[in-house]
Design a protein around this ligand. Sequence first.
Ligand SMILES: Cc1cc2nc3c(=O)[nH]c(=O)nc-3n(C[C@H](O)[C@H](O)[C@H](O)COP(=O)(O)O)c2cc1C
Length: 380
Amino acid sequence: MANPLTIADLKSLAQRRVPKMFFDYADSGAWTESTYQANESDFAKIKLRQRVLVDMTNRTLETTMIGQKVSMPVALAPTGMTGMQHADGEMLAARAAEEFGVPFTLSTMSICSIEDVASVTTKPFWFQLYVMRDKDFVLNLINRAKAAKCSALVLTADLQILGQRHKDLRNGLSAPPKFTPKHIWQMATRPFWCLDMLQTKRRTFGNIVGHAKNVSDLSSLSSWTAEQFDPQLSWADVAWIKEQWGGPLIIKGICDVEDAKSAAETGADAIIVSNHGGRQLDGAPSSISMLEPIVDAVGHKIEVHLDGGIRSGQDVLKAIALGAKGTYIGRPFLYGLGAMGKEGVTLALNILRKEMDVTMALCGKRDIKDVNASILLGRQ
Ligand SMILES: Cc1cc2nc3c(=O)[nH]c(=O)nc-3n(C[C@H](O)[C@H](O)[C@H](O)COP(=O)(O)O)c2cc1C
């Protein structure tokens, strides 16, 4: 495919370039994957209003997320093991996001460390925190994010235990990959991926190995999660994290009105309506279906963002129309990265921007800040 035009094109290219275990890690949801699928398919149910003969000149997608300027309301979501989709993946994606003018969020479970990403960026990025049982380690992560001048902390609330993704278990997923005949075959059939990977030293969890007590080698995400993620994390801990961090705080993984109300009480700056891309509670509603009730309940108190299922600029626009102040993409940028490295991330962002811009114009709007439910059919 010489000229990828859609996120789906990037997905097929990534499948051809990335070893199966890592492609599957991105392209999977928990158990039956019903929530993963609903995240995407529920966007298609929302119809746009076609408006004509209105001035379409001087359009802009620029806005703010938590008060920070963005060239369009789309951030890169935190994703674990991004450096396994492509060598040095987090560093490449962070640079692409910086050049594009959108936030990059580094996962706790990244391959490149906070310091690696800071070393190749010139503007602040965001850091996503998983709270571990070992509070010294959590404090240390927060302090490292401060030292790297991260401009927001994204606290993930929906992964105190790990949802099961069958493909990861069947594939024996680990970072670095195991050297069994099956894994060697998966890598041998992806020579360009291997060549890039041979040239980097970053092949395991860069924020953890060498930083957490007694962790000099860590390969299995699931065993670390089972041992270390704090199942007792509660709303009371959010106050402690907010105090330790002292900067803008975003709570990620809210998919229920009652939880949104509790989150708004914490004094956080924003919440992300999210079900972790359908990777945690299979059977939970799609994020887009929960956006409006959550905005109605807490939108006057706290900025509401959304992720999950965005595969086009039209999807972003629909989320903005339903009250989101910003959105995040996970898989779309991972597919771009797997397919073409940094250029692929930029291409994914460009695809979304173009689709959003043209759709906004055809809905009769020129400024993303004026987009509201009036662009949706049956909502005017
Ligand atoms: C491969 C992969 C790894 C992820 N790892 C993390 C993570 O480390 N921390 C986190 O908060 N969310 C993680 N997520 C969830 C994303 O931040 C985001 O909620 C989700 O990808 C949004 O859905 P989308 O992929 O349909 O855009 C991950 C998602 C994927 C696809």
